[in-house]
Write a protein that binds this ligand. Structure first.
Ligand SMILES: C[S@@+](CC[C@H](N)C(=O)[O-])C[C@H]1O[C@@H](n2cnc3c(N)ncnc32)[C@H](O)[C@@H]1O
Length: 774
């Protein structure tokens, strides 16, 4: 549940201090009582007051027009302060420990950590350390830092914050960042102390207004998200660095640009009364775009800080109308509603969001009963399997007894569903149930004795790749699927089981397909980063993806060659026709289960790539399937609980500018003992050909590439490397557009080259960090 917080300004506290009924209360204590009576949980107050601001300015911003002896005296005092920074009691708003209990302190917003002037930055950093040390002493959990305002000095701001993070333990530093691009570059910082006369050499600290003339960097047009990205990157993705997203600026027309924030550690939303508009009755409401942004971001459960609500900006409703309205948005947030509805994945996954789990190895390991029990809670998977078996039975034209085999029966739920389907189809059927887990086999024996009986079911104990079955069957049913389809070795196990399927027999599932999408998620990056364990960033994890953003869209990109937002890697079909078999009907090698994919994604907005989401979709029989594909799961197997996606991490984040084209290579590889995945990515930026002197043309298409038009050359040495769009890479360098592509603006593609801008390492070569045992 988000915590609601009321912002009190120094002016508000000043007014409270004038009240006759204050008694023993301080203004902060009274503000806390008032807010908590009015359904807020906490209050947010400036940590310091104008007395501190005046002292700091007096010490740190010198006026060169002052007489020399006065300047020398101030400098003495300033040095004394720098050597032992401390507050006087009347410079802080919270001087009693009991005042601090329900407080989120705001660090002084006039501190210019990003001032253009070196001295101002230097002294602002000392003051920041002083304020943070005091807030930490007060035992506050989180403080809010003012936003950077001078984008050319964001690096200095971030360096100072990083120094504070490393010197102060426990406390979270939350940077207030405007949600959208409303901050302008300031040649003269707006928070600069009072106007000062022109500078005198050499003491540049005399004047913050004198800056950014000679040799200063050009004005930056960073978006606010890029500004945040710079800060958190400089701070090394510090786990105690969070965001206070300021909703003061109006939102952009395109909401997808705001999706970036979904993947960030948003701790607080700063929501001023001025963002609200009055509805027809005069009550405060939010514009449509802001409503839907807040509903979406509620899945991160940020605290909501309401500001300026006492100012009577809107004719009706009073102060409480704002909080009531935001609470209504929270209640109607799709993710909160889903989380509160029994039977949904979101409800089932409570507590598992973004929690990394090692994928199961059901072939190598024997599963625990509790794991089977968790599978068996899934209402959708078994329903769809039953339906697929039922349809397969109904479609049969041959008369007589039908034989089925459940390969990998576990504790027997698919045997029970197969029996139900047989009953519904009124078929004469016999079922073999194969299982290699000796412990689950006891449960199977129990159910066989008490529920199923010899007439309907025969149990077979052993590995389906080696076991002999008394007769070939008509329908082979299995569920050996992982989050990426083939990652629990279904292809290898079913290769072994195909011996006991009749030549014209049916496999349920008939096929399964692996998909990936490029993801941003600072949380998952933090969990898998190499500093913890070098293997951790080369291991695919099962994870209920939550605070993430899929960076790609369905656009073809400027080159016209990008695929959809979530793309297919490869497919496995059963029964399969391509393997060379031994006399025993087993494949000679596992080469036919090797796969490779090279996929190109369009990245519409700047973002940081932290890894890939891995998903699968399976055709069970006919039009019955199961899917965790993010865009199709609701249509194919809504509320199916058995699989969370896979996350393929990257060791290092890869920054992608807007309109970049990302080429991702993934391999499924194998030797005699194991199967593993390797992956890497390259980023390209389309530029007009005229600006490219000599493009390096790509080689012929790789024979491994499943889709010829998504293949790129392997990286070449020089940086930046220039390659052409795959579409342009045809014999004689003529532009031949395949039929499906010809709709994409040829005008755009003509004259467009792709400049390579970055690349990741190859992850998990040879399966050195993660593999699945055969
Ligand atoms: C994912 S579980 C599914 C269990 C059950 N069919 C269900 O749907 O609840 C896969 C089962 O297949 C078994 N299994 C995996 N590989 C096998 C093999 N090569 N031979 C026999 N059983 C196998 C595992 O022990 C496990 O019980």
């Amino acid at each position: 549940m988000p915590v609601f917080c009321s912002h009190y300004t120094l002016h508000d506290l000043g007014q409270l201090s004038q009240r006759d009924d204050l008694g023993d209360d301080t203004p902060v204590l009274r503000a806390t009582t008032d807010a908590r009576t009015a359904v807020y949980e906490t209050i947010c107050v400036p940590l310091t007051n104008n007395k501190w601001k005046a002292r700091w300015r007096e010490l740190c911003i010198l006026n060169p027009n002052e007489p020399q002896d006065k300047l020398a005296e101030i400098e003495q005092r300033a040095e004394a302060w720098r050597s032992k920074p401390a507050f006087f009691r009347d410079e802080v708003t919270i001087s009693r420990l009991d005042e601090a209990e329900y407080i989120i302190p705001l660090i002084s917003d006039w501190l210019e950590l990003d001032a253009a002037d070196d001295w101002v930055r230097h002294d602002a950093e000392i003051a920041l350390q002083q304020e943070l040390a005091y807030a930490s002493y007060l035992n506050t959990q989180c403080v809010i830092l003012p936003p950077p305002s001078n984008r050319t000095q964001v690096g200095s701001y971030a360096r100072a914050v990083n120094a504070c993070l490393n010197s102060i333990s426990f406390m979270e530093l939350s940077i207030r960042v405007p949600i959208y691009d409303a901050v302008t570059v300031m040649q003269v910082p707006s928070r600069s102390p009072s106007p000062v006369p022109s500078p005198v050499e050499p003491a540049s600290r005399f004047s913050p207004a004198s800056v950014e003339t000679n040799g200063s960097p050009p004005e930056s047009n960073m978006t606010t998200w890029e500004m945040w990205d710079t800060i958190r990157t400089i701070c090394g993705y510090h786990p105690r660095l969070t965001l206070t997203l300021d909703l003061t600026p109006p939102l952009p027309l395109s909401s997808t640009v705001l999706d970036q924030w979904q993947a960030e550690p948003v701790r607080n939303l700063w929501l001023p009364a001025s963002t609200f508009i009055a509805n027809a009755k005069g009550y405060p409401v939010l514009p449509k775009g802001t409503q839907s942004f807040i509903r979406d971001i509620m899945k991160l459960q940020p605290n909501v800080i309401l500001s300026g609500t006492k100012a009577k900006k809107h004719p009706r409703g009073g102060e409480l109308a704002y909080i009531q309205y935001v609470k209504h948005l929270e209640k109607t947030s799709p993710s909160i509603k889903a989380a509160n509805t029994a039977g949904t994945v979101e409800n089932f996954a409570q507590g598992y969001q973004d929690y990394l789990q090692a994928p199961l190895q059901p072939l190598m390991d024997n599963l625990q009963s509790i794991t089977y029990q968790t599978f068996e809670q899934d209402p959708v998977k078994y329903r769809n399997y039953e339906e697929a078996i039922y349809l397969a039975l109904k479609d049969r034209t041959q008369p007589g007894r039908v034989t089925l085999c459940v390969a990998g029966a576990g504790r027997g739920p698919l045997v029970a569903r197969a029996l139900k389907a047989v009953e519904r189809a009124k078929a004469d059927a016999f079922i073999y149930a194969v299982e290699k887990n000796p412990n689950a086999y006891v449960t199977l024996q129990e159910r066989h004795k008490t529920e199923w009986g010899d007439e309907k079911v025969k149990l077979l104990y052993g590995d389906m790749r080696a076991l002999e079955v008394p007769e070939q069957v008509d329908i082979l049913i299995s569920e050996l699927l992982g989050s990426f389809g083939d990652n629990e070795l279904s292809p290898e196990c079913l290769d072994g089981a195909m011996r006991f399927l009749k030549p014209e027999g049916i496999s349920i599932p008939a096929s399964y397909t692996a998909y990936i999408a490029p993801l941003s998620s600072s949380r998952l990056y933090n969990e898998t980063r190499p500093s913890k364990d070098s293997k951790s960033s080369e291991t695919p994890y099962v994870v209920m993806l939550h605070a993430i953003n899929i960076l790609s869209d369905n656009g073809a990109g400027i080159s016209g060659t990008c695929g959809p937002r979530v793309q297919e890697c490869w497919e496995f079909e059963h029964p399969r026709k391509d393997a060379v078999l031994t006399e025993q009907g087993l494949p000679l090698t596992n080469s036919h289960n090797v796969r490779a994919a090279k996929l190109t994604f369009h990245i519409p907005h700047a973002g940081v790539l932290h890894g890939f989401g891995g998903y699968f979709e399976a055709v069970l029989y006919g039009n019955v399937g199961i899917s965790i594909h993010p865009e199709r799961m609701a249509l194919i197997s809504k509320d199916m609980l058995s699989w969370f996606p896979l996350f393929f991490p990257l060791k290092d984040p890869l920054y992608l500018p807007a309109d970049a084209e990302l080429t991702v290579s993934v391999w499924r590889l194998t030797d005699a003992r194991k199967v593993w995945y390797e992956w890497y990515a390259e980023a390209f930026l389309p530029v007009p050909t005229s600006s490219v002197s000599s493009p390096i043309w790509r080689d012929a298409l790789s024979p491994m590439s499943p889709s010829p038009d998504s293949s790129f050359l392997s990286p070449v040495a020089s940086t930046p490397t220039i390659v052409t769009s795959p579409l342009l890479d045809v014999p004689h360098l003529t532009l031949e557009v395949p039929g499906s592509m010809s709709m994409m603006g040829d005008r755009q593609r003509e004259g467009v080259s792709l400049v390579k801008i970055s690349q990741t390492a190859l992850h998990n070569p040879g399966g050195r960090s993660s593999w699945i045992g055969l």
